[in-house]
Design a protein around this ligand. Structure first.
Ligand code: E4P
Length: 217
């Protein structure tokens, strides 16, 4: 399972990149807005820092503009995957960009049928938003299960990128189902690292080591 970081914060990306944990990055216009800096600067920095796939999203809504904007985004780096929304124009742009060897991530997927259509349009990734489904009383993880089953039935090459992850249990469940990628907010990746018994165990090992040192004097 690949781990992507879902952020436009360069410091957070650098922190986890230095730990060697990142297979890629996903961003979106809202995440870029949160940083309050020049979005082009941020997108270029991210694309050059990380060698794995970096999803950068178009904001155009019409086919021709999506293709133009997507092509420009891809010029920021060979690792750039163009994110397009799950709309008729988005799927058309997905087909064109994919045919031009520009990989596409179809975002804002909320049903299995949308995932099938995106896969048939040549998407490298589909991004089902599980947290937002959970928020309205649906079972987001059930959607992941269904999409993986369908993609397996037909040997689609498209990868399921589990998005809108809210907590570490989402990651465990996605991994048990065999999802290809999870994209995590930095706070979820931080929580995955932590366990109170690790902290307690380390404290006790270090304290015993200090006692041993004293006893040897
Ligand atoms: C994925 O690519 C999206 O950027 C992201 O996962 C959306 O998550 P949210 O529902 O927490 O905004």
């Amino acid at each position: 399972m690949k781990i992507f970081l879902d952020t436009a914060n360069i410091d957070e990306i650098r922190r986890f990149h230095n730990m060697g944990l990142l297979d890629g990055i996903t961003t979106n216009p809202s995440l870029l807005f949160r940083e309050g800096q020049n979005p082009d600067y941020i997108m270029e920095e991210i694309a050059s820092m990380v060698s794995g796939d970096v999803s950068l999203e178009v904001v155009a809504t019409k086919y021709e503009e999506m293709v133009r904007e997507g092509t420009e985004l891809h010029d920021k780096g060979n690792n750039v995957v163009v994110k397009v929304p799950m709309t008729p124009d988005g799927l058309r742009a997905c087909r064109t960009l994919s045919s031009n060897n520009i990989p596409v991530n179809v975002t804002l997927i909320f049903s299995a049928n949308q995932a099938v259509l995106a896969a048939k349009s040549g998407a490298k990734y589909v991004s089902p938003f599980i947290g937002r489904l959970d928020d309205i009383g649906h079972d987001g993880m059930d959607l992941i299960r269904t999409i993986l089953e369908i993609f397996g039935n037909y040997d689609f090459d498209t990868q399921v990128l589990v998005a809108s992850i809210r907590h570490p249990l989402h990651v465990v469940e996605a991994a048990r189902l065999g999802a290809h990628v999870v994209t995590l907010p930095p706070q979820v990746l931080d929580k995955m690292l932590k366990h109170p018994l690790t902290d307690i165990g380390l404290k006790s090992f270090l304290s015993d080591w200090r006692l041993l040192q004293k006893s040897q004097k």
